[in-house]
Design a protein around this ligand. Structure first.
Ligand SMILES: C[S@@+](CC[C@H](N)C(=O)[O-])C[C@H]1O[C@@H](n2cnc3c(N)ncnc32)[C@H](O)[C@@H]1O
Length: 364
């Protein structure tokens, strides 16, 4: 999932240190990542030379997209927070219409649609391989009802009106759809009509894929434009902290594979970093090096807030949590790091080794 068929992943993915798949207040403990020490890393590299490189298109359980979803994402936790934010800052109705920008395999959208038959979802990404995988593995399998409520769009978040709809592979692949705003709270294109959204999100640090300030403002304007005139929220996430601004390698063990987050560099002039995700399937003795690679600009919280305000959002709210630092992770055996850490709304927050944030922008 990403430019040139690479899907990014984040350094401190919420699913990496926190808990996936459980209610916000009833989360199970995560497998904890550990800092890779030199010896372990060297033996890993030696082993790699003799191992099989997996092709990214593997249709089996070793698909890089499946590994990504298992190791990185926290759809239930994210949705729980999204609902909470909507009720806090908009309220008066249940959020039903959801848009997942930079959606990759749109796992969040699939989770959103499962919970309530009135819900709709739009997913937008420019990685067609990820979208097709999503359609075959996350959407089609949920049945006709879910399929009919999901619009998967192939396009650039900077020019969403040019996006094309992706359908199931068994259908004609692409058809035209318009995200143009002709009606009060509907988006029309003749055959399809999409309701304006209650919530738009950009998760897994995807806004860091946009490197220029002008792109960020354009994107935020597009997100705001997609929101209902009755009120809605745009939510994105971000990471930071002292350890975010340097080289770093973190590893997390899962029952059948090991996942490594590698931060190869951090340039303080451009604030750009290069992130790679690697997977090692022990049983098959196979590695997928650089399964996903990203060039990110690490934006600061006030830069994001300024751009959101410039894009016309009425208010911006920061929800932060401190993440376990590298030395804590080294000490943690098995499960535990990051357990029970919750996000809190803050006006100020002292710098620490690592933090994650949700940034909530309210449209009206
Ligand atoms: C870090 S991944 C996040 C995927 C997913 N949202 C998640 O939570 O795991 C970033 C995604 O953004 C997509 N992307 C990057 N720049 C984009 C752009 N300008 N327009 C549309 N998609 C973009 C990439 O293809 C990739 O799938």
């Amino acid at each position: 999932m990403g430019k040139r068929d690479k899907k990014p992943n984040r350094r401190r993915h919420k699913g990496e240190f926190s808990n996936d798949g459980e209610d916000l207040y009833d989360q199970h403990p995560p497998a904890s990542p550990s800092v890779v020490d030199e010896d372990e890393e060297n033996s890993e590299e030696e082993e790699e030379e003799g191992s099989d490189e997996l092709q990214s298109s593997s249709p089996d359980l070793t698909s890089k997209f499946l590994l990504y979803q298992q190791s990185v994402q926290s759809p239930k936790g994210d949705i729980s927070y999204l609902q909470k934010f909507f009720l806090m800052y908009v309220g008066g109705r249940q959020p039903l219409h959801f848009q997942e920008d930079f959606c990759g395999t749109a796992l969040l959208s699939a989770e959103w649609l499962k919970a309530d038959t009135r819900r709709t979802a739009v997913g937008l990404d420019f990685d067609l391989e990820a979208l097709e995988w999503c359609m075959d593995n996350n959407i089609s399998k949920l049945g006709a009802d879910v399929y009919s409520r999901m619009s998967l769009l192939h396009g650039n978040v900077l020019t969403p009106l040019d996006a094309k709809q992706v359908t199931s592979r068994s259908h004609e692949l692409i058809q035209n759809i318009s995200l143009d705003d002709e009606g009060e709270d509907l988006v029309h294109d003749g055959s399809d009509s999409l309701p304006k959204r209650d919530i738009v999100c950009a998760f897994n640090f995807s806004c860091c894929c946009l490197h220029k300030r002008s792109e960020l403002v354009t994107y935020f304007k597009n997100a705001r434009e997609a929101l209902s005139k009755k009120g809605g929220i745009f939510v994105m996430d971000l990471y930071g902290g002292a350890s975010a601004e340097g080289q770093l390698k973190l590893q997390r063990k899962f029952p059948t594979f090991t996942y490594t987050w590698e931060q190869a560099e951090f340039d303080i002039v451009s604030r750009k970093t290069r992130i790679s995700l690697h997977y090692h399937l022990q049983k098959q003795n196979r590695k997928i090096r650089h399964a996903f690679s990203y060039s990110w600009r690490l934006w600061s919280l006030p830069e994001i807030k300024d751009c959101m305000e410039e894009a016309g959002f009425r208010s911006v709210h920061f929800w932060l949590r401190e993440m376990p630092d590298a030395s804590e992770m080294r000490r943690t055996d098995g499960f535990g790091a990051g357990r029970d850490i919750k996000y809190e709304e803050v006006k100020n927050f002292q710098q620490c080794d690592a933090w994650n944030a949700y940034i909530v922008a309210v449209s009206v």
